[in-house]
Design a protein around this ligand. Structure first.
Ligand code: ATP
Ligand code: MG
Length: 435
């Protein structure tokens, strides 16, 4: 077993070893290296306590990330390496935080506090792999298994229940029987865990290669864990066909109270807003042709429009609201369509749109964006200042007028030409025939 440790991490190991202390790379980076995946980050564990570590890091920048838990971040060649003293976690009387941690000089004890066998391996180039709990075998067998008794380990820290699902999803592994029984039996205890920790693990679960299978199989447990309202299994089963991005997947996952569910998981505002915009856009039919696509872009922006079409390729009818859309079409172009609500429309667009329609619209969207065809207010040849100059009173009406002009340009009813648009604005809004 040979792991290729980057030079900047070797530097940290060498310094600790040079100071007379044991030091190993440990956890996720060892697991991912054995699997042939590129580790996100490299963690080091050592018998040195923080003060002792720091005496080895003279000349390197170091940050006291969590001194009381034994963690110091060494900055080597500009990259951070988290170095943590071997430790035994105390009891978790609240199921959230260890009541206290005790440093130890035993690597084995440090590995024993880790969650799963595949995460409880350490490595250094001289001694090779240190694997007291059979992590390498479990990697071969593709199994997630707790280190020690699963009930005990989950009652120390209930987040591990969700971590088991996240690693199963990410790696496509099975969950070993006793660990699975404990996941199912103790799911409710995840509710005591800080919500931001739940959110982080849940999003990782959602992006895993086996997300669909895990979400379907553990839908009820996730509900008990406080992750809901979640879509039906028929919807969950296709989640991996969506792009591997949080916003698209979340928009599909929570059919009701999406924003509330995502805020509750303490996700960032950008993800919440993107996801909500996609869900709203899905209430509309798949647009046909350049004008339809540009109208979708105008109403929802580039990101949500693209996300909506990506979702529509997989889910032809999800969230589509026939009646309301017919109403919106009436507002936009003044032609009554409510008589067609509820069925196939005269223009041949059915329900939300077929996957082929969505794929075609997505191609059209990329073409429109490249071609520079007008779809947003910034591209319009007139500005708010022009509107005021032609006599529209300052305030909300200026924005309304610009949007109307943009619609006319998109529909080919006006040219994107400053003089022409100023005249149109004047005759529409300042001669008393509209408001
Ligand atoms: P990733 O590649 O997603 O970062 P990781 O295994 O590195 O996966 P981290 O959350 O970064 O996961 O944790 C680093 C290591 O710390 C884990 O591999 C595991 O050994 C240990 N660990 C993390 N969280 C827990 C926990 N809640 N209980 C026990 N051990 C944990
Ligand atoms: Mg990690």
């Amino acid at each position: 077993m040979n792991i290729n440790i980057p030079e900047y991490v070797m530097e940290v190991l060498k310094r600790l070893r040079g100071g007379g202390y044991e030091a190993y790379v440990v956890g996720g980076c060892v697991r991912d290296s054995i699997l042939g995946l590129k580790p996100d980050d490299w963690d080091v564990c050592t018998e040195a306590e923080p003060d002792e570590m720091k005496s080895c890091f003279i000349g390197l920048r170091s940050v006291d990330t969590g001194i009381q838990h034994g963690t110091v971040t060494a900055v080597s060649e500009g990259k951070p390496v988290e170095v943590t003293t071997y430790r035994i976690d105390g009891t978790y009387s609240d199921g959230r935080h260890p009541d206290g941690v005790t440093f130890t000089r035993s690597l084995r004890e440090d590995l024993a506090r880790r969650d799963f066998t595949i995460n409880a391996m350490a490595y250094d180039p001289e001694q090779g792999l240190i694997d007291p709990f059979g992590g390498r075998d479990d990697l071969k067998r593709e199994v997630i298994r707790c280190v020690g008794d699963p009930d005990k380990r989950f009652s120390e820290d209930a987040l591990r229940i969700l971590r088991a699902l996240r690693f199963a999803s990410r790696l496509g592994f099975a969950i070993e029987d006793a660990t699975e029984r404990a996941v199912r039996g103790m799911a409710e205890t995840v509710r005591v865990v800080a919500r931001e920790r739940v959110g982080v693990e849940f999003v990782k679960l959602l992006l895993g290669k086996d997300a669909a299978a895990i979400l379907c199989s553990y839908r009820e447990e996730l509900r008990k864990a406080g992750v809901f309202p979640m879509a039906d299994k028929a919807v969950l089963a296709h989640i991996n066909e969506l792009p591997c991005r949080p916003a698209e997947r979340l928009a599909v996952l929570f059919p009701e109270n999406l924003k509330r569910a995502l805020r509750d998981l303490r996700l960032d505002h950008r993800t919440i807003d993107r996801s909500a915009a996609m869900q709203e856009a899905l209430q509309n039919p798949v647009p046909a042709g350049s004008a339809g696509v540009r109208r979708l872009l105008m109403n929802f922006g580039e990101d949500a429009a693209r996300g909506m079409l990506e979702i529509r390729k997989v889910y032809p009818d999800l969230y589509y609201k026939e009646a309301e859309t017919a109403g919106a079409a009436e507002d936009a172009d003044g032609e009554g369509r409510s008589d067609q609500a509820g069925g196939t429309r005269a223009d041949g667009i059915q329900a939300g749109g077929t996957p082929e329609d969505a794929a075609g619209a997505l191609d059209e969207l990329e073409r429109v964006l490249k071609s520079g065809e007008v779809w947003n207010l910034k591209q319009l040849a007139v500005t708010g200042k022009d509107m005021i100059e032609v006599g529209i009173p300052q305030g909300r009406l200026v924005g309304e007028a610009l949007k109307t002009l943009l619609s006319l340009v998109i529909d080919g009813k006006a040219e994107n030409n400053r003089e022409e648009l100023r005249e149109t604005a004047h005759s529409l809004f300042c001669t008393g025939n509209l408001w």
